[in-house]
Write a protein that binds this ligand. Structure first.
Ligand code: LLP
Length: 423
């Protein structure tokens, strides 16, 4: 039995599998909470983008904030990807995973002087600059380092991505990017500054976008700017169109990556910009539905009107429900011949906001395992140690092979670096 939107996660008989491995077996072998990812699912998702871009000068920069495990980065690096990063720490991960620094774009509104210097020294491909003050500082750092900084300006096209307000970034009231009507002046300034080499233009309007229109609206606004900037004598070599394509958590029907990118390229060609290098920064759509979070049912309990299923994974392992009230699919790893009951799936953390799913219909007993679906993106990468809970282990699956790609964190791991005072 297939799960819609999850081609690599399916029931075989009564047991839920990821690729060719039963999730229950992974739980027994590695313990829970456990993140499990299908490498094939990631590469299949990437292939949609690659097909659309075949034959063009392009670079797919995986937005690693979605899932920054080294083995995940290695998978994408080996498949030819670059990376979209937002911190010096993410840059270190790219290098540790064998990624090519020249294929890195550095985004983010708050790059520090030290991060700029580090990225320049390592040969970063491009800074996506988000403000004029950042531009001035970068010029100073690059001039001092004697290495030119390649830049794009991240422009804010002021379009509504029609997604959750916390993950919408392209409206003029967001903190991101340079306002559309200030961008031409900022490009003029960039072209005049020492140490700055203008390479392209960048835009990213939000995340979990499930329609093509906001992308095409933003693209038109960006192309208008490209034309204005080039008329001012500043050539732009690449268009970085950001990430943000949504996935199916429940009944969303986002466009397929291949169709979306195809439509965008059609617009780019129609407006005479087909010669430009295309950069994309997908995150969630490459990894989200490649992964699950496995949890074990600890207790079933009734509280007043409600039934609770208390599991060993919590908001510290997976923040999305608590933070955005996000709906994530939750299914049993083994189907039982018993009537399902409606219950809230909650974790052990001491917060009422610690829930993974509300009013879910499940047929489970203590000791059973559940899989939270679509957890490959913004799951582990947002995990914390709240309640001194060690972060989960992670495994990467490929067919019937699997590798532990992150050890379960111990209490000693957590307080390494803390110190008692002498008195
Ligand atoms: N590029 C930039 C500049 C970004 O800020 C982001 C995501 C991406 C690319 C990748 O977007 P994606 O393709 O993954 O949608 N924690 C939230 C999502 C935050 C997204 C932040 N920026 C969540 O769990 O839904």
């Amino acid at each position: 039995m297939r799960l819609p939107g999850h081609p690599h996660i399916a029931y075989r008989g009564d047991r839920l599998h990821i690729d060719d491995l039963a999730l229950d077996d992974l739980g027994s072998r590695f313990g829970t909470p456990l993140y499990a990812y299908s490498r094939r699912a990631m590469l299949d998702a990437l292939a949609g983008y690659q097909r659309a871009l075949a034959g063009r000068d392009h670079l797919i920069c995986y937005a690693m904030k979605a899932n920054s495990n080294l083995a995940v980065l290695q998978t994408f690096a080996q498949a030819g990807c670059g990376f979209d990063i937002v911190s010096g720490g993410e840059f270190e991960r790219v290098l540790a995973a064998g990624g090519d620094p020249a294929k890195v774009v550095f985004s983010g509104v708050g790059k520090t002087r030290a991060e700029m210097a580090q990225a320049l020294a390592a040969g970063v491909g491009c800074f996506n600059v988000e403000s004029e003050s950042e531009l001035e500082l970068l010029s100073e750092v690059a001039a001092a380092a004697g290495r030119p900084a390649g830049i794009s300006l991240r422009v804010n096209p002021d379009v509504d991505a029609r997604t959750h307000p916390y993950i919408s970034t392209g409206l003029k009231d967001n903190k991101f990017g340079i306002a559309h009507d200030a961008a031409l002046a900022a490009y003029r300034r960039a072209a005049s500054l020492p140490g700055i080499e203008v390479l392209g233009i960048d835009c990213h309007i939000g995340s979990q976008i499930t329609a093509a229109e906001p992308y095409l609206d933003a693209l038109d606004r960006v192309l208008d700017l490209v034309e204005a900037v080039e008329s001012a004598g500043i050539p732009l070599h690449h268009l970085d169109l950001g990430g943000g394509l949504g996935i199916t958590y429940t009944d969303e029907q986002p466009p397929a990556a291949e169709a979306l990118v195809g439509a965008m390229l059609g617009r780019i060609d129609a407006r005479g910009h087909g010669h430009r290098r295309i950069l994309l920064e997908p995150g969630r759509s490459l990894v989200g539905n490649a992964g699950v979070l496995l949890a074990e049912v600890l207790y079933l309990k009734r509280g007043g009107e409600k039934a609770f299923c208390i599991v060993d994974a919590a908001m510290n392992d997976l923040m999305r429900p608590a933070m955005y009230e996000a709906w994530m699919g939750i299914v049993a790893c083994r189907l039982r011949d018993q009537a399902p009951q409606e219950m809230d799936v909650v974790g052990p953390v001491c917060e009422s906001g610690d829930w993974l799913g509300r009013a879910r219909s499940l047929a489970v007993q203590p000791g059973d395992r559940l899989a939270v679906l679509s957890a490959g993106a913004y799951g582990m990468s947002m995990a914390s140690n709240y309640n001194t809970r060690g972060r989960a282990a992670e495994v990467l699956v490929d067919g019937d092979a699997c590798w532990l790609i992150r050890d379960r964190e111990t209490p000693a791991d957590q307080f390494r670096g803390e110190h008692l005072v002498p008195r």
